[in-house]
Design a protein around this ligand. Structure first.
Ligand SMILES: [Zn+2]
Length: 278
């Protein structure tokens, strides 16, 4: 049985890149026992706009996709909190009060998620009176789990090594989870067996595989797909003003036809796939 999911965040409209991602996920679950799930990742604080979830459902239906919707992230805050407490109790997380500005001032190296946290608060909180996030002590986590591997359907077997991303945030200052913790727990809770997402999140799977080992969660397989980019090679993102699926739908464009073209890798002018494989 193949269970995949598409998990959009309602902080902006969906665009063509999301459509491709949803179609890849949907089609990989198309066998006789396949299930394609949709989960709304709505814990982005004030940036979350719950009304967009309805727009997403209309967009996906317009593309001709059928899905099962599973609980949104906002319903699972207690589960995230419990998991984080367990990691904290095991000495694998440490509080960090640093602001982005404070981290930038240290001129840290740049990793796949941007600035790599230089560990200022490890052992001694910089500013105990301020709100704290919880970060993964990645060295300690690696020492605990030892060598674990994960399987990407396209890139093959990977040895999990999240050190490139550094001590990532597991619990944000404003939410009892981060993307890493919430997505890992959700995929296990929803019974996802094949995690699909863009190659821009390949590094995150190293982190998630280690979290699975630390929390005793089942291990899925992964499929990282290529990304749609514009003429300048920039990823199509919500903030870049690429026409949204809702705009296209409301303008009377044929969603089924668009979905078929995306499947055939026929993209609108100026848009291409950043990687040879998908
Ligand atoms: Zn800090």
């Amino acid at each position: 049985m193949v269970v995949t999911r598409f998990a959009p965040s309602p902080n902006g409209s969906l665009h063509l890149g999301h459509a491709l991602s949803a179609i890849v996920s949907h089609d990989l679950a198309r066998g006789p026992n396949g299930r394609f799930l949709v989960r709304i990742e709505d814990i982005d604080g004030p940036r979350s706009r719950p009304e967009l979830a309805d727009e997403f459902r209309r967009d996906l239906a317009w593309l001709g996709l059928e899905w099962e919707e599973v609980p949104a992230q906002s319903t699972r805050l207690d589960t995230y909190h419990a998991a984080a407490q367990r990691l904290l109790h095991d000495g694998l997380l440490y509080p960090c009060t640093c602001t982005r500005k404070q981290i930038e001032a240290l001129q840290p190296r740049i990793g796949p998620e941007g600035l790599v946290y230089p560990g200022t608060c490890k052992g001694r909180l910089l500013d105990p009176a301020k709100p704290a996030a919880l970060r993964l002590d990645v060295e300690r986590a690696m020492a605990q789990v030892g060598e674990v591997v994960w399987e990407d359907a396209v890139a093959g077997t990977q040895i999990a090594d999240p050190r490139e991303s550094g001590d990532v945030v597991i619990v944000r200052k404003d939410t009892p989870a981060s993307y890493h913790l919430a997505a890992t727990i959700d995929d296990a809770a929803d019974g996802v067996t094949l995690v699909t997402r863009g190659q821009d999140l390949f590094h995150a799977s190293h982190v998630h595989r280690v979290l699975q080992a630390l929390l005793g969660l089942p291990v899925p397989r992964w499929h990282h797909h290529g990304l749609l980019v514009d003429e300048g090679g920039a990823k199509l993102a919500k903030r870049r003003n690429s026409p949204s699926l809702a705009d296209r739908r409301k303008a009377g464009e044929d969603g089924l036809l668009l979905a078929e073209q995306l499947r055939l890798h026929k993209f609108p002018a100026g848009i291409s796939l950043a990687s040879a494989y998908i």
